[in-house]
Design a binder for this molecule. Sequence first.
Ligand SMILES: NC(=O)c1ccc[n+]([C@@H]2O[C@H](COP(=O)([O-])OP(=O)(O)OC[C@H]3O[C@@H](n4cnc5c(N)ncnc54)[C@H](OP(=O)(O)O)[C@@H]3O)[C@@H](O)[C@H]2O)c1
Length: 349
Amino acid sequence: MKHGKAVRYREFGDFDVVDVVPIERPTPASGQVIVKVSAAGLNHIERFVREGRLRDLVSTQLPSGQGVDFAGIIVSVGDGVRTFRKGQEVLGHLAGAGTHATWIAVAASAIIPKPPTVTPEVGGGLYLAGCTALNSIRSLKLGTDDTLVVGAAAGGVGHLQIQLAVQQGAKVLALGSTENHDFLRALRVIPVDYAEGVEGRIRDIVGDRPVTAFIDNHGGYELLASSLGVPQHRTIRSPDRRDIEIRYLTAPADDTEAMADFSSIVAMVAERRIAVVVSGFYPFDYVTQAYQDLARMHSRGKVVIGMDAVEFGPRQGWYLTEKARSRRQRAETDEPSDTTNRSLAAGTD
Ligand SMILES: NC(=O)c1ccc[n+]([C@@H]2O[C@H](COP(=O)([O-])OP(=O)(O)OC[C@H]3O[C@@H](n4cnc5c(N)ncnc54)[C@H](OP(=O)(O)O)[C@@H]3O)[C@@H](O)[C@H]2O)c1
């Protein structure tokens, strides 16, 4: 029997309820495959679920795992699975959470082949943020006459939304702290500091042109949206964003629409039409630090954990040399990168 580990929490609460427990490699039921997880993303909404803040909206059976996104390699195939084979690299989602683990048993309907141009750390953090970004931008039906303001634009979901909106031809004003302005400019949007006076800064930029759409990822910007004259039906408020995310978080394995959205965003990344930034890439042993990094609220792009980091080879160096990390993250991070590198070099199995 092979042994691995998985994140578990037995009661709702803060980080202190999170344990890493030993697990045995599962066997696949009919229609399932066993995936050895190589990378898995972290998302705020999963933290909110763990804290018990979404009990009315997301049912959770305790003890529960964490993580819905993953990239990995199929190590065993159950009866009736014809479209995937052992050894194949896949991306997917796990209804009910639990991808922060060495292995997962997942329905074949909830996985897709990993395109060769999508790295595990990018593909492994893409499902929830990518589908949420795609759904929110699609719902706004943007065109070349639109001016869109996006809050938390440098974050995991925001940095995907702004790229999708630019593709639709919209002019995009991206709210972010000054540390992220060069990063945002590189994504072909206009950065705007969200500190006091933000409305004036937006008005100075747009002039006579109306702001026609608004996404408040962070929360607390509804008044700004209405003050700018954005119609309600073109404002994605923070609760709307939450509901979109819950739609994908709770999608069952046979939800073909969710998988179609996931396939679309993966294809865009594979074709390099969308860039995904992974600014925090933590070995599994540092999972608590990864959660803490996300909870600091200033991640740029995605925070991802890697289960078998040795397989990533030289690529991991790019993330951990910290070129990808914002100044604020660097200042606040308590784990020096050389420690993280050493742990990665040791690997996990
Ligand atoms: N409504 C909900 O239930 C719900 C669900 C999921 C997520 N969210 C929230 O949506 C936001 C983005 O989600 P994500 O998954 O993309 O998270 P993320 O990757 O952690 O993004 C964090 C982003 O939030 C920005 N931010 C921090 N404080 C801010 C403030 N006071 N005003 C405006 N922006 C601020 C940061 O920008 P800078 O680094 O540039 O400061 C950072 O880019 C997070 O704040 C998250 O808590 C809400």
